[in-house]
Design a protein around this ligand. Structure first.
Ligand SMILES: *Cc1c(COP(=O)(O)O)cnc(C)c1O
Length: 405
């Protein structure tokens, strides 16, 4: 594909999606972010950069990922035809690698020898470590000490690929503390280090850049729909944590008014504060991690605690472009709870022989609900963001079955 990255209509030059986005960072980082935006702009319009990106997407990641007609899920839902966009078949098992390859190539172009990242459950850390090994960068990943303990397999994978995993002992010893440490590192090392943010969050240009790298998902989907059904789909559904797989599949369809776009957040155990991660349903505009967007907040404006059965959706913020899409009603946002997501995991595994990530299971449940209310002529595409191997221990535990780890 030669049109892998298209120039954005949003954000504006300040990185604003309507009132959202921007750069809420210390002055020391403003210079670095302006420089990054300039270098990304140059890369985006350089055919040689796009050629390299296409090369690694095809030969390393294994793109294009299939758009697969899920016949038995379709029969079960009893309505519209359901297609799955198989990001689980990418190298490393999810969509996150698309962004990491893109940013690693940009790092190479900028001539920086070192990459840092932060990770919660470890999925973004593994994707970053993979890209770092591929291109020979020194790589350090910050991870809350509590998460290091809970995610032994991902920590092992990162270390096996030569990445230095740094346990963060401060605060709650989880993702938010790891983000603070990564920011502190970057402020001191920005001359020789690139910070790979893992979703469409953070200060400009990250939300735009990550969306652009992930929009390969939507571009392929559009072409595959054209080839397989001869038209656009009726509905596209994706789960929303920070919002990168959803932004990636939605973005190329934003201008197609006939295509309904549905984002699915984590409904957790209920609507009480701390029991869910439905930022766009229960959050309010605020600043988190360097940009303005919807944020889950307590009554006195502190960032609220969150919960989800899936670690990748367990985030109190959301990308600023999603906030803009919500306010302009271009995308409809809803949520699916833990118990239903767990049922979706089992159903998809049994009917299709494909174990979905628990994040993905949220999108499957909503996609089936929508399909059940529509005619068989309609087509619902679900972004199958990742495979479920990583979640087997957690699902077994929740189902009361013991497997050793
Ligand atoms: C990380 C992750 C997500 C959530 O992140 P987004 O940025 O919202 O896409 C969803 N699915 C899988 C499989 C993930 O690993």
């Amino acid at each position: 594909m030669d049109d892998m990255i298209t120039p954005p209509t949003v954000p504006d030059a300040q990185g604003r999606f309507g009132p959202y986005g921007g750069r809420y960072v210390p002055e020391t980082l403003m210079h670095a972010l302006r420089q990054l935006a300039e270098q990304y702009d140059a890369a985006r319009s350089d055919p040689e950069f796009q050629k390299q990106l296409d090369y690694y997407f095809e030969h390393y990641v294994g793109r294009p990922s299939p758009l697969y007609f899920a016949e038995r899920l379709t029969k079960e839902a009893g309505g519209a035809r359901i297609f799955l966009k198989r990001e689980d078949l990418n190298h490393t098992g999810a969509h996150k690698i698309n962004n990491c390859i893109g940013q690693a190539l940009l790092t190479k172009r900028m001539g920086k020898p070192r990459i840092i990242a932060e990770t919660g459950a470890g999925q973004h850390g593994v994707a970053t470590a993979t890209a770092a090994a591929l291109f020979g960068f020194k790589c350090q990943v910050y991870m809350g000490a509590e998460d290091v303990r809970r995610q032994k397999l991902n920590v092992f994978k990162m270390r096996a690929m030569g990445t230095d995993v740094i346990p963060v002992e401060s605060g709650s010893r989880t993702l938010r503390d790891a983000i603070n440490e990564a920011m502190r590192d970057w402020m001191a090392t920005v001359e020789n280090t690139h910070y790979i943010i893992g979703s469409v969050v953070g200060p400009h240009p990250f939300p735009m850049m990550v969306r652009d790298f992930q929009s390969v998902i939507g571009k392929e989907t559009k072409k595959q729909c054209h080839d397989q059904i001869g038209r656009l789909p009726d509905v596209v559904v994706a789960c929303v944590g920070g919002g990168s797989n959803s932004a990636g599949i939605f973005y190329p369809f934003v201008g197609d008014a006939s295509v309904e776009l549905v984002g699915v957040e984590a409904g957790g155990r209920g609507s009480a504060e701390g029991e869910h991660a439905s930022t766009l349903t229960f959050g309010k505009p605020g600043v988190l991690h360097g940009s303005m967007s919807y944020v889950l907040q307590t009554a006195d404006g502190q960032t609220a605690d969150v919960h989800s059965v899936s670690a990748g959706l367990d985030y109190p913020g959301v990308g600023p472009e999603h906030a803009h899409w919500k306010d302009t009603k271009r995308v409809h946002y809803t949520h699916v709870n833990d118990a239903d997501a767990l049922d979706g995991f089992s159903l998809c595994s049994k009917l299709e022989g494909i174990l979905p990530a628990l994040e993905t299971a949220h999108a499957i449940v909503e996609g089936m609900r929508i399909a059940s209310q529509r005619s068989h002529n309609d087509v619902v595409v679900i972004c199958f963001s990742g495979r479920g191997d990583k979640d087997c221990f957690e699902v077994a535990r929740l189902l009361g079955q013991e497997i050793d780890d």
